[in-house]
Design a protein around this ligand. Structure first.
Ligand SMILES: Cc1cc2nc3c(=O)[nH]c(=O)nc-3n(C[C@H](O)[C@H](O)[C@H](O)COP(=O)(O)OP(=O)(O)OC[C@H]3O[C@@H](n4cnc5c(N)ncnc54)[C@H](O)[C@@H]3O)c2cc1C
Ligand SMILES: *[C@@H]1O[C@H](CO)[C@@H](O)[C@H](O)[C@H]1NC(C)=O
Ligand SMILES: *[C@@H]1O[C@H](CO)[C@@H](O)[C@H](O)[C@H]1NC(C)=O
Ligand SMILES: *[C@@H]1O[C@H](CO)[C@@H](O)[C@H](O)[C@H]1NC(C)=O
Ligand SMILES: *[C@@H]1O[C@H](CO)[C@@H](O)[C@H](O)[C@H]1NC(C)=O
Length: 548
C-alpha cells in the first residue's frame, strides 16, 4: 500500500517535472535581445539562425550531431533552441543575450563528446552549434593554417593534402571529430610521438569571451591562451578559429595493420609490445586494438602502425626491435600521409579520401561508453590476460593501447594543461558499444561492464592521481552538479580535476576565475573558478615555509 502510494506520487511528480521542463519556452527577452544585437551586419541577423523548439527543423538539427546513441533517447533533456551562427557576431550576440537572460549555453563543434555534454544538460539551455563556421585557410608558404572550430579534422586533413603532399597535422584518427573540442582538449594521434598533441601545435586562436568580446592570442593574454590548449575550451569561452603549425611529413609513409589471434600468441605479443612501442624512434608509432565484432566472433589484437618512411627501413627497424611480431613486406603498404590517415581511421577499404569531408558518415551507429587509463609500468601478464578475457566476454568490446614516449615525453608537464608526459608508456581506452537500446534500459548493464574492467585495472595503472583525459571525458569520475554556484574547486580537484590535469588544475581554476568570473561557461565538468589564491596562500597550503 505504502509502496504504491509512493510510486503514484513519484509518477505524478515525474510528469509534472517533465511537463514543466518542456513548457519552458525561449524567453521573449532573449529574442528581443538578439534582435537588438545587430553589430555591424544588419543584412544577416542572428534571428535567421535560431531554431526554437517549435521549428520544424529543430529535431533534425539537434539529432544530426548526436553520434552517440546513448544520448538520442526521446526522453533526453532538450535545448530551448539551437543557434547555428554564420558570422562571428552571431556568436557574440548569443553569448551576451544568454548571459543577460541567465540561460546556459552548450557549445557544439563536432558533437563527439563522449558524455554528450555539447548538446545536453538538465537545466534550461541553448545549443551554440558551430557547424557553419568551418572555413579552412592553408598557408603552405608559412606552413600554417587557420581552421574554424566547426571544421572536422577530416576536412582539415583533406584541405592540407590539397595544398601539399608533404604536410600534415597531428590530430586524431576519426575524421568526423570536430576541431573545436578536439584541439581544446589536447588531440592525440599517430603523430604524437613525433610532434606531440594537436594542442602542442596551436599557435594562435580567436575566441569570444563571456563579455562577448572577440579576442586573439595577444588580446586574450597568455594564461587564457594556455588554458584553451588542453584545458577543454568550453570552460573559458567560445573558440571560433585556431591557427596551427603544420608539420612536415615524407611524401611516402608506410602503414601496417596486423591482426593476431589467441593462437598466434596475441596475449604474449601485447605484453611484449609495452616494452617496445614507447621507446621506438619517433618516426614509428605502433598502437594496439584488442577487439571483437559481436558474440559470434573471437577477439583479435591488431597492431596498427604508422611509419614516417619507406617499407624497407621499417622492416629493418622491426627486425631489430620487435622480431616476434613477424612483420613481413606484404603486411606493409606505402601511401601518402593523408591516405594513411584514412587507412588508420579504419573506414571501409573502398573509400577514397573524399569521405574525409563527409561530416555525416558515422564510425559507429551505437551506444558507446569509454573510460581511459594511463600506464607508467608495463602491465603484468595477469592484467593483459584479463583484458583479453574481457574482450571474450563482452559483445562489442574495443581496447585501444596507444603509445606515448618520443616528443610526448619531452614536453614539460606544464607547457599546456595536458600533463601526461615524461614516464607515461601508453594510454588504454576501454570502449564498449551496444545496439538497439532506444529507451536506454540496457545502458547501466553495459556501462557496468566497462566499469568492472576499470575497477580491476586499478592496481596496474597510473595512480595518485589515476590518469584521465578531458577528450575521453567520463562523468563517472565526478561532476559539478547542475548549479554554477555549487561548483567546488576542492571536490573537482580530488577527482577528475587532478586526473585530467594533475598539478595544472590549480592554474586552470585560477585562469577560469580571471577570464570567466561569473562562471558563465559552466557545464557538468567545467573548471570551477578558484577565486582566492595568491602565491602566499599556495605556499601556505603546501606547508612551504622554507623561505620564511
Ligand atoms: C569516434 C571517435 C574517435 C576519437 N578519436 C580520438 C583520437 O584519435 N584522439 C583523441 O585525442 N581524441 C579522440 N576522440 C575524442 C575527441 O577528441 C573528443 O571527443 C573531442 O572533444 C570531440 O570534439 P568535437 O568538437 O567533435 O565534440 P563536441 O561534442 O562538439 O565538443 C566536445 C567538448 O568541447 C567543447 N567545445 C566544442 N567546440 C568548442 C568551441 N568551439 N569552443 C569551446 N568549447 C568547445 C564542447 O562544449 C564539449 O565540452 C575521439 C572521439 C570519437 C567519438
Ligand atoms: C552582409 O554584408 C556584408 C557587407 O555588405 C557582406 O560582406 C556579407 O557577406 C553579408 N553577409 C551575408 C550573410 O550575406
Ligand atoms: C526555422 O528556423 C529557421 C532559422 O531561424 C527559419 O529560417 C525557418 O523559417 C524556421 N522554420 C519554421 C517552419 O519555423
Ligand atoms: C606568410 O607570413 C608573412 C608574415 O606574416 C605574410 O606577410 C605572408 O603574406 C604569409 N604568406 C602567405 C602566403 O600568406
Ligand atoms: C556521407 O555519409 C552518409 C552516411 O554514411 C551517406 O548517406 C552519404 O551519402 C555520404 N555523403 C557523401 C557526399 O558521400
Amino acid at each position: 500500500m505504502k509502496v504504491s502510494l509512493f510510486s503514484t506520487v513519484a509518477i505524478c511528480c515525474f510528469f509534472l517535472l517533465s511537463a514543466k521542463s518542456s513548457l519552458i519556452l525561449l524567453p521573449d527577452s532573449f529574442i528581443q535581445c538578439l534582435s537588438e544585437y545587430q553589430f555591424s551586419s544588419p543584412n544577416s541577423s542572428v534571428l535567421s539562425v535560431v531554431y526554437a523548439r517549435t521549428n520544424t527543423s529543430y529535431q533534425s538539427i539537434l539529432d544530426s550531431a548526436i553520434p552517440n546513441y546513448r544520448f538520442l533517447s526521446s526522453s533526453a533533456p532538450k535545448p530551448l533552441a539551437i543557434i547555428t551562427p554564420l558570422l562571428y557576431s552571431h556568436v557574440q550576440a548569443t553569448v551576451i543575450c544568454s548571459r543577460e537572460n541567465r540561460l546556459q549555453i552548450r557549445i557544439r563543434s563536432g558533437g563527439h563528446d563522449f558524455e554528450g555534454l555539447s548538446y545536453r544538460s538538465q537545466v534550461p539551455f541553448i545549443i551554440l552549434d558551430l557547424r557553419n563556421l568551418r572555413s579552412i585557410r592553408v598557408d603552405i608558404e608559412n606552413e600554417t593554417a587557420w581552421v574554424e572550430s566547426g571544421a572536422t579534422i577530416g576536412e582539415l586533413y583533406y584541405a592540407v593534402a590539397q595544398e601539399s603532399p608533404v604536410h600534415g597535422f597531428p590530430a586524431g584518427t576519426a575524421p568526423v571529430v570536430g576541431v573545436g573540442g578536439h584541439f581544446s582538449g589536447g588531440g592525440n594521434s599517430y603523430l604524437n610521438r613525433k610532434h606531440g598533441l594537436s594542442a602542442d601545435n596551436v599557435v594562435d586562436a580567436i575566441v569570444v569571451d563571456f563579455r562577448g568580446r572577440i579576442l586573439n592570442k595577444e588580446s586574450m593574454g597568455s594564461d587564457f591562451f594556455w588554458a584553451i590548449r588542453g584545458g577543454g575550451g568550453a570552460s573559458f569561452g567560445v573558440i571560433l578559429s585556431w591557427k596551427i603549425n603544420l608539420v612536415r611529413v615524407p611524401p611516402v609513409v608506410t602503414v601496417f595493420r596486423l591482426a593476431k589471434t589467441f593462437k598466434q600468441n596475441a596475449i604474449g605479443l601485447v605484453h611484449k609490445w609495452q616494452y617496445i612501442a614507447p621507446h621506438l624512434p619517433d618516426d614509428l608509432t605502433i598502437a594496439v586494438a584488442i577487439q571483437r565484432f559481436g558474440p559470434l566472433s573471437t577477439p583479435t589484437a591488431t597492431f596498427n602502425s604508422l611509419f614516417l618512411g619507406r617499407t624497407e627501413e621499417l622492416l629493418k627497424m622491426m627486425e631489430e626491435s620487435f622480431p616476434e611480431l613477424e612483420l613481413s613486406k606484404h603486411d606493409c603498404k606505402e601511401m601518402s600521409w593523408v591516405e594513411s590517415a584514412l587507412t588508420l581511421s579504419e573506414y571501409p577499404d573502398q573509400f577514397s579520401i573524399e569521405v574525409m569531408k563527409n561530416r555525416s558518415y558515422s564510425p559507429f551507429d551505437a551506444n558507446v561508453k569509454l573510460k581511459i587509463d594511463l600506464v607508467q609500468q608495463p602491465l603484468p601478464c595477469v592484467a593483459v590476460q584479463q583484458l583479453w578475457k574481457w574482450c571474450s566476454e563482452v559483445e562489442y568490446p574495443r581496447l585501444q593501447l596507444h603509445p606515448y614516449g618520443g616528443t610526448m615525453g619531452r614536453i614539460s608537464e606544464s607547457r599546456i594543461p595536458f600533463p601526461h608526459r615524461k614516464g607515461v608508456l601508453f594510454e588504454i581506452m576501454y570502449i564498449e558499444s551496444w545496439f538497439n537500446d532506444e529507451d536506454g534500459k540496457d545502458s547501466e548493464k553495459y556501462m557496468n561492464q566497462v566499469r568492472g574492467l576499470y575497477e580491476f585495472m586499478t592496481p596496474y595503472v597510473q595512480s595518485n592521481p589515476r590518469g584521465g583525459y578531458v577528450n575521453g571525458i567520463d562523468l563517472d569520475l565526478g561532476t559539478n552538479g547542475n548549479d554554477p554556484w555549487g561548483a567546488s574547486y576542492s571536490k573537482a580537484k580530488a577527482s577528475w580535476g587532478s586526473m585530467y590535469f594533475k598539478s595544472n588544475f590549480e592554474k586552470l581554476a585560477m585562469v577560469k576565475a580571471k577570464v570567466d568570473p561569473t562562471n558563465f561557461f559552466f557545464y557538468e565538468q567545467s573548471i570551477p573558478p578558484l577565486l582566492f589564491s595568491s602565491p602566499e596562500s599556495r605556499n601556505c597550503r603546501k606547508g612551504n615555509f622554507a623561505s620564511v
